[in-house]
Design a protein around this ligand. Structure first.
Ligand SMILES: Cc1cc2nc3c(=O)[nH]c(=O)nc-3n(C[C@H](O)[C@H](O)[C@H](O)COP(=O)(O)OP(=O)(O)OC[C@H]3O[C@@H](n4cnc5c(N)ncnc54)[C@H](O)[C@@H]3O)c2cc1C
Length: 495
């Protein structure tokens, strides 16, 4: 095929126009066709097809991206793979019909995506189609950062110390509005076999559980930018302290936007650095926020260097750990019916909104792994399906951290006490009352442990334990001792 002035921009985990390196560069070569190709789970060979909550987000994010593209350039063309039509054949067909010789995309870092993209690149090359790929999801390529010994970092603090001055050295790129081929496209594209967004079938139908999520969230780049603006103007100034309080808006709530690439961490990094230079924000708050972005980066770094992270214990000692299989306990945890109010409030927040506060994520994860002694992978799977921000790197790394088997993990013997965590971080029970209305009338003293409330207090609050709210499914003190015993067993097995 001869060189042409037509290219394809393949959107994947970068559903934005601002600071989109592949999109920006593609427009240097002439006109582009923006494309999104959905791979339904039945056509996927790996275990990590997109979860239910994320599919909902994806639908709305694509809708928003298409509206933006239509208003400034060329609408998004949608396709879907079938058992007989792989991504490569869709792209080759599009290139042939439209005379395109180049495809632009931003890189993905999940092991199955890396493999897939390598094979795709080779296949396209066979058809004389060039691929131009860019880093647009991370602050630094994971293969650029190593310890002095040339090995990958395993501990966050030295990684962070090493990287923070090396991150995001390039400036974010603007929306390519200055490029005439983007602003005034002329070509009529042959996309007769393209689909509508509805035909991608991303929305839940029977039952439609998305109503409460709809109220709370707005997907898309515009909403991401607005949230980031608002956060810089207000909450970032108290972040260091406020980020631990689940009842207030103390965090940026950007995670689903970041998971779908609706805003880049490079932009966040540069904006935050500007704030710091102009002394607009307390250093402690800003550094803490940037270090959380650093944890996201470190999660991707771990996933790249240890591709088995979603499947295997990072610390192989834990391969011999004796986990329990108990579907009743797992179900009680998933449904927010453990009898421990902070755990239940978190799990119900997750079910109803597709989100859970980070402090509560740590508590519910510790409870599953250490009180119920259920394998961290069961929790990771549930989160994968129910979180709007489900992200293979952060989810796998965080679950392993909580279970004690991850890189730089919280030690196994650090077992969160769901009662004291509740008393400390939600002393007035505001978060508990929001998600557990059946406990709303209990006093602040008793709401964290209703089973210890006097019978009159329960009666006055309209609570019948075992009926309107469950008794604790395990005794935390005994469960903790059992977990520590199992941990000791590991040492015995090793000696
Ligand atoms: C068991 C468990 C599972 C998790 N699964 C996910 C997941 O699938 N996807 C996900 O994005 N986050 C996950 N997290 C990390 C964290 O809980 C969320 O990123 C955070 O709650 C999102 O809220 P926010 O955007 O308001 O965060 P902010 O506090 O405003 O932080 C800003 C950004 O930094 C990143 N970040 C913050 N904390 C972490 C962290 N501990 N690890 C990695 N990145 C972090 C996120 O991208 C976040 O949006 C998990 C944490 C735990 C304990």
């Amino acid at each position: 095929m001869t060189d042409s002035k037509y290219s394809i921009m393949l959107f994947r985990c970068d559903l934005r126009l601002m600071d989109n390196a592949a999109l920006f560069s593609a427009n240097d070569f002439g006109e582009i066709l923006p494309v999104y190709i959905h791979e339904p789970s039945e056509n996927i060979t790996h275990d990590w097809s997109i979860g239910g909550a994320s599919q909902w987000w994806l639908h709305h994010s694509l809708q928003h991206l298409n509206e933006q593209l239509t208003s400034v350039s060329q609408p998004l063309a949608y396709f879907k793979t079938t058992p007989h039509k792989a991504i490569s054949s869709i792209l080759i067909n599009l290139c042939e019909k439209n005379g395109c010789t180049r495809i632009f995309w931003n890189r993905r870092y999940e092991p199955h995506h890396i493999e897939h993209d390598k094979a795709l690149k080779m296949e396209l090359k066979k058809h004389d189609i060039e691929v131009h790929s860019f880093n647009n999801n991370l602050l630094s390529e994971p293969w650029h950062q190593f310890t002095k010994q040339g090995t990958p970092f395993k501990v966050f603090t030295p990684y962070w110390r090493h990287c923070k001055n090396r991150f995001a050295t390039d400036l974010p790129v603007p929306i390519p509005l200055s490029k005439p081929d983007f602003r005034t496209p002329k070509k009529t594209w042959h996309i007769e076999d393209g689909l509508s967004l509805q035909e991608l079938e991303l929305l839940p139908s029977n039952p439609d559980w998305s109503k409460s999520i709809n109220v709370q969230w707005q997907a898309g780049e515009q909403s991401a930018q607005q949230k980031w603006e608002e956060f810089q103007e207000s909450s970032i100034n108290h972040y260091d302290e406020a980020r631990n309080i689940p009842s207030i808006s103390g965090t940026s709530l950007l995670s689903p936007h970041l998971a779908f690439g609706e805003i880049s961490t490079r932009q966040i990094w540069h904006d935050a650095t500007q704030l710091q230079m102009h002394n607009h924000t307390r250093t402690d708050d800003l550094n803490r926020y940037l270090s959380e972005i650093g944890w996201r980066e470190f999660s991707y770094y771990q996933l790249f260097h240890f591709p088995d992270l979603p499947k295997n214990n990072f610390n192989p000692r834990f391969d011999k750990f004796h986990w329990d299989t108990n579907n009743d306990l797992l179900k009680a945890w998933q449904q927010g019916k453990t009898g421990y109010p902070l755990v239940d409030a978190g799990m119900r927040e997750l079910w109803q909104t597709g989100y859970m506060h980070n402090r509560v994520r740590m508590v519910v994860a510790s409870f599953l792994c250490k009180d119920l002694l259920i394998h961290w992978q069961e929790g990771a799977k549930w989160f994968w399906d129910t979180l709007l921000d489900a992200d293979l790197a952060s989810n796998s790394a965080s679950w392993q951290w909580c279970a004690g088997c991850g890189a730089d993990a919280s030690p196994f013997f650090r077992i969160f006490n769901p009662i004291t965590q509740s008393e400390k971080f939600d002393a007035a029970g505001i978060y508990l009352r929001k998600w557990l209305p059946e406990l709303a009338k209990l006093s602040n003293k008793h709401i964290h442990k209703p089973w210890e409330a006097p019978i009159e207090a329960l009666e006055q609050a309209g609570i019948v334990l075992g009926k309107t709210y469950p008794y604790p499914i395990v005794d935390h003190k005994l469960a903790r001792l059992e977990a520590l015993d199992r941990y000791k067993d590991l040492k015995t097995l090793e000696s």
